[in-house]
Design a protein around this ligand. Sequence first.
Ligand SMILES: *[C@@H]1O[C@H](CO)[C@@H](O)[C@H](O)[C@H]1NC(C)=O
Ligand SMILES: *[C@@H]1O[C@H](CO)[C@@H](O)[C@H](O)[C@H]1NC(C)=O
Ligand SMILES: *[C@@H]1O[C@H](CO)[C@@H](O)[C@H](O)[C@H]1NC(C)=O
Ligand SMILES: *[C@@H]1O[C@H](CO)[C@@H](O)[C@H](O)[C@H]1NC(C)=O
Length: 388
Amino acid sequence: MAPSLLSALTALLATASVACSLPQNNPLSSAASSSTSTATGAASSTSGAPAATTTAACNNSPELCLRAYNNVTYMGAHDSSFLRDASTGNSIAGNQYFNATVALSAGIRLLQAQVHDSGGALELCHTSCGILDAGTLEAWLAKIKFWMDGHPNEVVTLLLVNSDNKNASDFGAAFEASGISKYGYAPPTSNAATANWPTLQELINANTRLVTFVASVTPSPSYPYLLDEFTYVFETPYDVRSLDDFTCNLDRPSSQSSAASAIAANMMPLMNHFAYTSISADIEIPNAGAIDSTNNPSVTAAGALGTHAQNCTSQWAGKKPVFVLVDFFDRGPAIDTADNLNGIKATGRETPTSSSTSGSISGRLQDRLTSTRAVALLAFLAAALVIV
Ligand SMILES: *[C@@H]1O[C@H](CO)[C@@H](O)[C@H](O)[C@H]1NC(C)=O
Ligand SMILES: *[C@@H]1O[C@H](CO)[C@@H](O)[C@H](O)[C@H]1NC(C)=O
Ligand SMILES: *[C@@H]1O[C@H](CO)[C@@H](O)[C@H](O)[C@H]1NC(C)=O
Ligand SMILES: *[C@@H]1O[C@H](CO)[C@@H](O)[C@H](O)[C@H]1NC(C)=O
């Protein structure tokens, strides 16, 4: 272990009691009071069959069917495979309370994850596979494919961070082995501007309902559905430590000089809206304590998701964020802001609930810091240094 990591671990252990006393809110209470889903259950019922008697919804609303892909706002789960749940000992370094397919059932349509090389295999690791490994990319893709099989009217977007510079063949192998490649959307020409991308209904009819961005990858004609993120998407800053610091400025790619120039080039905006909090000089974790403010649909409260989205829409000459990434998507709930931007009332969602065995999150956080949890926190220490 590098000396800097060792000293960081020492610092971490010294601050562990502080970390564990950060204000925590129990996600169970918010799930119970949330009322974003309606009872009609149009296209994404548990049977997976399209509703016969109502107009089928696309991405939870019939009104979205005829919209172009780039004229819809997709709410997204940042670090969707890095969980703060029983599987990680409720790691306070986790970004989400619920996994990626629970997120899809709740209306999330963008899943972001970090992909690393572990002895030649592509794994979903946080920062390093020696620190936290959430399994293979292929296994994760297979679960998403299984969900898409059962929800034939849904368009899903993936954003995979290519942490170890693997090539399109490496990614393509996992997409094919999982079976999800059959849903992959390939634009008519690579490097095409997004102006002429299909509507959701067209993607559904062609059954090319999976849009995959990799940051970054050299496109390969053998895997035309693996799209280089920064050819099509620009992002606002991701390393935000105060709710006052969210902006609508272009952070990446550096090939564009401003958000305005990226929009003029038909790039789709991704608004990062998650905040870190420091638990020591060196250690940052997702700010779960402030999450009800961060993910709030209010369009007037400072730092709120709704306010940030409205600010960006006005700064971007009316172009709404196409992609949004949040931590703890179930809080807010974040999906309300996407519904407001899309101007829809959604149907067919399932509000996430914790299993009865998961117990009190806040109670568990008072537990003695286990080595697993310490290691997960170390991941975050190092995460401050890498692209998220
Ligand atoms: C986007 O969708 C809205 C709502 O249907 C519509 O009014 C608007 O014209 C669309 N924008 C483009 C560029 O097609
Ligand atoms: C999420 O959890 C559910 C319930 O435990 C499970 O069926 C599903 O496979 C999980 N999905 C992922 C992506 O891990
Ligand atoms: C992609 O990388 C793998 C190693 O990860 C290598 O074996 C393969 O030849 C590369 N393929 C291409 C097309 O560059
Ligand atoms: C929104 O814009 C206002 C005015 O420029 C600014 O004070 C505020 O910090 C912004 N809030 C968010 C969340 O973007």
